[in-house]
Ligand binder design. Sequence first.
Ligand code: HEC
Length: 127
Amino acid sequence: MAVTGRGQTIVARALAGAAVSATALLVGCSDGPEIDGALVYAQRCAFCHDVEGQVGAEITAATLASRGDEETLTRYLRLAMPYEAPGTMTDAEYRATARYLLETRGLAGKAAAGSVAGRGNGTGEGR
Ligand code: HEC
């Protein structure tokens, strides 16, 4: 009896160890330096924001401007998006997506210059 119990404990520990390494591996993979913001947006965002009868608001330059600079936008996205599962992407993915949106809506640089020195409250009332 006692021997069986110990065996099970060892097996359980080995399994727990394997689960931890698998998680570390997954995190390592998704956090690489080369994140394609366009791809992330297509996979995680577009089905709500870029479809007919969309669930989320249309993401225009004005919408983005109201969210402040790249830093503030990234923070907002991490807290609020994807709407059904906020906070589930890596920091690099959030940053790449924010940058992609600013670039494709013609705001790269501008929004950043607008409120970097401000309090970054995202109201976009700076101009
Ligand atoms: C399940 C649907 C859904 C998904 C997926 C989703 N969003 Fe949203 N998004 C929404 C909704 C709904 C709102 C409005 C939320 C609110 O007002 O509280 C919103 C709001 C936003 C806003 C602010 C719009 C405004 O008017 O200020 C931005 C920017 C945004 N989403 C970007 C993203 C990005 C980037 C992703 C992918 C990482 C994403 N969303 C994924 C539904 C979604």
